[in-house]
Write a protein of this length. Structure first.
Length: 279
């Protein structure tokens, strides 16, 4: 299941490009149409195909438009819509390739920020969960960060900031999942290293409380009582009213034994983020 539905702003943006460029005054058909007339007709055909849901055919037509008058304003718009056509049928790799080509070929195009954003979305929509390949997640994060730093005052940057937070939560979830596994198999040093990553690098995520509690558990298990108390102290100072701090008290009972960590019920990125806002 995908993390989120198609971003409506992207769809509207793509349609807006087509809407502005496909309407031209109808002229009488002549026996030898000019390249511009052929381009207008082909572009209009592509837009209609896209509206009808035939993104594959639309992509072919946008490609034809670009080849008719290369380096023209029409060509730049068709190039961008070609990338969008691939995206709209979930052909993410083709879309990324086409959009990167657009950025390279038309660096002065006013829609370059949108092209970068759509590339980031292509990576983002390939993210499934923290147990899958992290490459799309890391690529999306890198691209969203580029948008925030390069186009900070745009709507694309606003949405990118939110998605970066979701991705960071996902990275923290990955580390916690591995740490729990190591704890269940009593590989304490390996678990310790993963938990430190959560505390040091993802301290603003919903997982930091549990990570501090688990750190106290692991340190105590290894006989490092002072380190365990330090982790518990940090947890208490920052999250003194939370359930994880209450559990940490039990760690220092001599009869305490870490129990097997049950597998948590699956919760999507956005649901986790929203839930954390109300805790």
């Amino acid at each position: 299941m995908r993390l989120l539905r198609k971003n409506k702003s992207i769809i509207l943006f793509g349609y807006h490009l087509g809407k502005n460029c496909s309407k031209k005054e109808n002229k009488a058909i002549v026996s030898q149409p000019t390249d511009e007339e052929m381009m207008i007709a082909t572009y209009g055909e592509a837009i209609e195909a896209l509206k009808k849901g035939d993104a594959f055919y639309a992509g072919k037509k946008f490609k034809e438009v670009e080849s008719l008058l290369p380096q023209s304003n029409w060509a730049a718009k068709a190039s961008l819509m070609h990338g969008y056509s691939h995206y709209s049928r979930n052909a993410y790799s083709d879309s990324i390739f086409s959009l990167e080509r657009h950025i390279h070929n038309y660096p002065a195009d006013q829609n370059i920020p949108y092209a970068h954003y759509l590339i980031a979305i292509c990576y983002y929509e390939q993210i499934l969960d923290e147990k899958k390949d992290l490459k799309p997640l890391l690529k999306a994060k890198e691209k969203f960060e580029f948008i925030v730093s390069t186009y900070p005052d745009t709507d694309f940057a606003t949405d990118s900031r939110f998605k970066i937070d979701l991705i960071i939560d996902q990275l923290a979830a990955k580390e916690m999942s591995i740490a729990r596994f190591y704890m269940n198999t009593e590989k304490w040093i390996a678990a310790l290293n993963r938990l430190k990553v959560v505390v040091d690098q993802y301290d603003r995520t919903v997982f930091v409380e549990e990570a501090l509690h688990r750190l106290a558990e692991v340190y105590y298990r290894l006989g490092l009582v002072d380190e365990a108390k330090k982790a518990a102290s940090i947890l208490g100072y920052n999250y003194g009213s939370g359930q994880w701090y209450e559990r940490t008290y039990k760690v220092f009972n001599k009869k305490y034994k870490p129990r097997k960590i049950k597998k948590e019920k699956k919760m999507g990125l956005i649901r986790r983020k929203i839930k954390s806002l109300f805790e």
